[in-house]
Design a protein around this ligand. Structure first.
Ligand code: SF4
Ligand code: SF4
Length: 738
């Protein structure tokens, strides 16, 4: 070993020792913070599916590739990082000896070839990612950036380090070529040979370059070890765990559909026995999230995909799902020293730690411990109430998140505490909650008017109990029973089912609100009260039937979601379909035949709780396609898609009980969506949800565009095509054309 190698070896191992020690300390700190969370025993089942999903999402980048260019570039960078780790390991042999290399594989030409090309593609990909970050930088003129609020230096730092380490790999190889110590032929390592042609024949060059490469890599490790909230770097290690422990490992997207039940100490809360002084009601302190919640916050990469799709953020509200996650993460880590010393408030608000325990805790951590989780800036709150109440629970953030963070569950958990313990929520929603408790529907309509929509139909609508041989129980929903526009959809669906010869029956006055608005606003108590009542009624209606024959058809995606995905949590197992699914089936099997083409152009607005939350994208489009084509395909063309459709559809603004809250900040979400719908030039905007119908109709009326565009349910569009002579009575206006 020459004198240069002695120096390079000592320096390389010294900096590595410091970096590894700091990194080990950081990992222990992170684990300690995550362990502060509440238990969640549901995250450990079905390890086979969890492993498969984790491997598919990481190795296959299945979620990242939805953003194709970024996804592909990120895949190469990820693979480059793994290869890079091997090459960094190799550098430890090279600081010792200029002819050094990895034992065993280091001399294989195949290893040289694979690492050469992955490093080349890694460089190209990292340049692409840097260019994308620069092009989307928050300070660029005009337009919104998904990186607004992200810690930009961290992103550039991580990308710069990767680029520098990859380049140093070629410099090391180049020196080996120049000094004639390179093992691989030109065909296996063309770039290395080209670089070698430019470098001097300097024997020590390999070891010096290897030292620089190690120093750069260890600088990265030291920086991230000193910044445990640097998600853009730490997600490389944490994403595997976050994906493995996701809520629904077998589902297309985890954290959508059903909400996580309200739990205390990891057990679902039963309101008949729950005691707010002993049981946790929602989340009032950051440590009351489960450990998986804290892992979620730690894993955020700050990529801002969630933010770019969030309807609240895009219309000028203060809510960004990314900034919400980052605030919770920063708060958790800043408060951690106080909590780890034994601090924290018990359920009655009393301090748990003694003065002696807190004597050595940093004052900043103590101050952080005093911050209310929900509170205005003046109150020093971590999350502003306007942020919390702006969420429509549309799920766009969850859908987009490449590391499977479950934003909606966390938001609703915080709402639960605010509603159940603090009674603090937008006051206008109080009327809705009172109506749910007293009248069983959000409008406060008399229960004995639930069947009024049946009046004037030219056939009898049977009730459960009057008939036993029904195939489908038609769940009408509160909007479908009481809201004038939605009643037309209900009538259209009943008419079509009758026309197709489907045996169905309604509960009539036996039906009550599914509980969706109560659950999404955070009032789990009212939700459970309504849901238990409905589960009892439905179990009675289906008595003696196996699950596959307990079929329900619902026109409201919120009811569809709640009955199908959430009633199971309360002992109600049913086969629930949305009316567009059943109608698509009836058209496909020839039981309904569209004859009159619906002209003038049709676009379709995906309801969040039908599409994103439940993956029903095709059936409404199939129904509309058949209605547009009419008999023998005479229609004037296919469906005109809006730019934001299907998984990336834009919310109407009504979900998450926002339907019953005033929208005081920013642009109205429904107006934004209506403008997008109108930009397609379609005369008909088809919807599949009574709330979307209300919101989009209001948007059209607000723009005084009623003469240009009509918002109407998919069922009514189909009815116009199947029974044109009957349609005007079932919809607001006469058919647009035809
Ligand atoms: S659920 Fe929708 S509104 Fe709520 S934070 Fe996510 S994207 Fe925004
Ligand atoms: S999409 Fe996920 S990882 Fe990206 S910023 Fe949002 S929460 Fe963080």
């Amino acid at each position: 070993m020459g004198s240069v190698q002695i120096v390079t070896t000592i320096l390389a191992f010294a900096i590595t020792a410091v970096a590894v020690w700091l990194a080990a300390r950081a990992v222990m700190k992170m684990v300690a913070v995550i362990r502060l969370g509440q238990p969640d025993p549901t995250r450990f089942g079905d390890k086979g599916t969890r492993t498969k999903t984790m491997l598919a999402e990481t190795a296959g980048h299945t979620r990242m590739l939805r953003w194709s260019v970024v996804g592909a570039a990120h895949w190469f960078v990820m693979v480059g990082f793994i290869v890079l780790s091997l090459l960094v390991l190799e550098a430890y042999f090279e600081v010792v000896s200029p002819t050094g290399g990895l034992p065993l594989v280091g001399s294989w030409a195949l290893y040289g070839l694979v690492t050469e090309w992955l490093a080349i593609l890694g460089i190209v990909s990292i340049l692409v990612l840097i260019a994308i970050r620069l092009r989307n930088r928050p300070t660029r003129p005009g337009g919104k950036s998904r990186f607004t609020g992200s810690t930009m230096w961290q992103g550039y730092f991580v990308e710069g380090i990767i680029l520098a380490v990859l380049i140093m790999g070629f410099v090391i190889r180049g020196f080996k070529v120049a000094t004639d110590h390179f093992e691989y032929p030109v065909w296996a390592a063309p770039l290395s040979h080209a670089v070698g042609g430019l470098l001097p024949n300097w024997e020590a060059g390999v070891s010096v370059a290897a030292l620089i490469k190690i120093a750069i890599s260890m600088t990265w490790l030291i920086v991230i070890a000193l910044n445990v909230t640097m998600g853009v770097a730490w997600h490389r290690f944490l994403a595997f765990f976050n994906i493995f422990f996701k809520r629904d490992p077998g589902a297309d997207v985890s954290g959508l559909g059903a909400l996580r039940p309200m739990t205390s100490q990891g057990e679902p809360l039963d309101f008949e026995e729950a005691d707010p002084e002993k049981d946790q009601f929602g989340v009032a302190q950051v440590e009351q999230f489960t450990w998986k919640g804290l892992l979620d916050f730690s894993t955020c990469t700050e990529c801002g995909r969630c933010q770019s799709q969030c309807p609240a953020w895009n219309t000028g509200k203060p809510l960004s799902p990314k900034l919400l996650v980052l605030s919770l993460r920063d708060h958790a880590y800043a408060k951690a020293p106080y909590l780890l010393a034994g601090g924290g408030k018990d359920l009655t608000g009393e301090e748990k730690a003694t003065a002696a325990q807190l004597a050595h805790v940093d004052v900043l951590a103590l101050a952080e411990g005093e911050k209310p989780l929900i509170g205005t800036a003046e109150e020093g709150g971590v999350i502003d109430p306007d942020v919390l109440w702006s969420c429509t629970t549309c799920g766009a953030c969850v859908e987009q998140c490449p590391v499977d963070i479950e934003h909606v569950d966390h938001i609703v958990d915080m709402r639960r505490y605010q509603v159940l313990i603090e009674s603090s929520f937008p006051s206008e929603a109080g009327v809705m909650l009172r109506n749910l408790e007293n009248k069983g529907n959000p409008w406060g309509a008399p229960q004995n008017t639930r069947e009024d929509w049946t009046k004037g139909l030219d056939f009898e609508v049977p009730r459960v109990g009057e008939v036993d041989d029904f195939e489908y129980l038609f769940w009408v929903g509160c909007a479908g029973a009481f809201e004038d526009r939605a009643k037309k959809t209900t009538r259209a669906v009943a008419t079509l089912l009758n026309e197709a010869g489907v045996k169905f029956a309604i509960l009539g006055e036996g039906e009550t609100c599914s509980g969706d608005p109560a659950r999404r606003i955070g009032n789990e108590f009212v939700f459970q009260m309504l849901a238990q009542q409905n589960v009892e009624t439905l179990n009675e209606a289906f008595e003696g039937r196996e699950k596959s024959k307990r079929k329900i058809v619902a026109t409201c995606p919120h009811c569809f979601n709640t009955l199908g995905n959430e009633y199971g949590q309360l002992g109600g197992e049913f086969e629930v379909v949305h009316h567009t699914q059943l109608l698509a089936h009836l058209v496909a099997t020839g039981k309904l035949t569209p004859v009159q083409p619906v002209d003038g152009g049709v676009t379709y607005h995906d309801p969040c709780y039908l599409g994103r939350h439940n993956r029903v994208f095709a059936p409404p489009r199939e129904v509309l396609g058949s209605a547009i084509a009419g008999e023998a395909g005479k229609g004037d063309g296919g469906l005109i898609e809006m730019p934001r459709n299907s998984e990336r559809s834009f919310c109407c603004g009504a979900g998450g009980a926002r339907m019953w809250m005033e929208e005081k900040i920013g642009k109205r979400i429904n107006v934004d969506r209506v403008e997008e719908a109108m930009s397609t030039g379609a005369r008909t905007v088809a919807v599949g949800c009574p709330f979307c119908s209300t919101m989009l109709n209001d948007g059209v009326n607000g723009k005084e565009a009623g003469d240009q565009v009509e918002v109407v349910d998919v069922a009514s569009v189909l009815l116009r095509s199947v029974k044109p002579e009957q349609a005007p009575g079932d919809t607001e206006r006469a058919p647009v054309a035809g």
